[in-house]
Design a protein around this ligand. Structure first.
Ligand SMILES: CC(C)(COP(=O)(O)OP(=O)(O)OC[C@H]1O[C@@H](n2cnc3c(N)ncnc32)[C@H](O)[C@@H]1OP(=O)(O)O)[C@@H](O)C(=O)NCCC(=O)NCCS
Length: 164
């Protein structure tokens, strides 16, 4: 069943399907210094402990986000929005959907890694309640950038903030 948000007219989310993968790969190339492979995305379809949402406006794929629900932790694995659709609230709305799903499935907390220089993403996650808890030195092999480890400690007490 499609979920909707008021952030952008016509914006809705669907679980990942094979037919979305070509559009996702184009966005991924423009969004990630170490892009996921086609196979990596395909593995997220019907993943046993994965949740993966695709954001669409009409038929256009405008973003996507995924997480793995491991024991009681929701690990956010990816969030990306097509460059020409950024700063409209879509990344926020996608991450909120991940967290709402994780909360419904009784996850206690959520964590993620983000490049230390990725200010847009760090700001997005902070606004949702994540805090920086550690730094992994030279974590990303493509440019040796550090990773910040961020946690949202109490997901069961979390509720979605207003759309930006
Ligand atoms: C990070 C990303 C997903 C954000 O998506 P988005 O749809 O543009 O974000 P939103 O419009 O929902 O913004 C939500 C909040 O995030 C922060 N934010 C987003 N873009 C920002 C920017 N360029 N600079 C500073 N803060 C920013 C702001 O706090 C913003 O709220 P505001 O607009 O009220 O100030 C997007 O920039 C992206 O796809 N980047 C490339 C992929 C990536 O780095 N993913 C994260 C991997 S960990």
């Amino acid at each position: 069943m499609a979920m909707t948000t008021k952030a952008v007219r016509g914006l809705h989310f669907l679980p990942l399907e094979e037919r979305f993968i070509p559009a996702i790969l184009l966005i991924e190339k423009e969004s990630n210094g170490a892009p996921w492979s086609e196979r990596s995305f395909r593995n997220e379809i019907n993943h046993p402990y994965g949740v993966f949402y695709v954001a669409l406006i009409g038929d256009e794929v405008v973003g996507y986000a995924g997480e793995w629900l491991v024991v009681d932790e929701a690990h956010v694995t990816t969030v990306a929005v097509a460059p020409h659709h950024r700063r409209k609230g879509i990344g926020h709305a996608l991450t909120v959907e991940l967290l709402k799903t994780a909360k419904e499935r009784d996850m206690a907390c959520s964590t993620l890694e983000v490049r230390a220089g990725n200010e847009p993403a760090i700001e997005l996650y902070k606004a949702l309640g994540y805090v920086e808890t550690a730094r992994r030195k030279a974590y990303y092999p493509d440019n040796q950038e550090d990773a910040l480890v961020m946690w949202l400690h109490d997901l069961q007490a979390w509720s979605p903030p207003q759309q930006p």
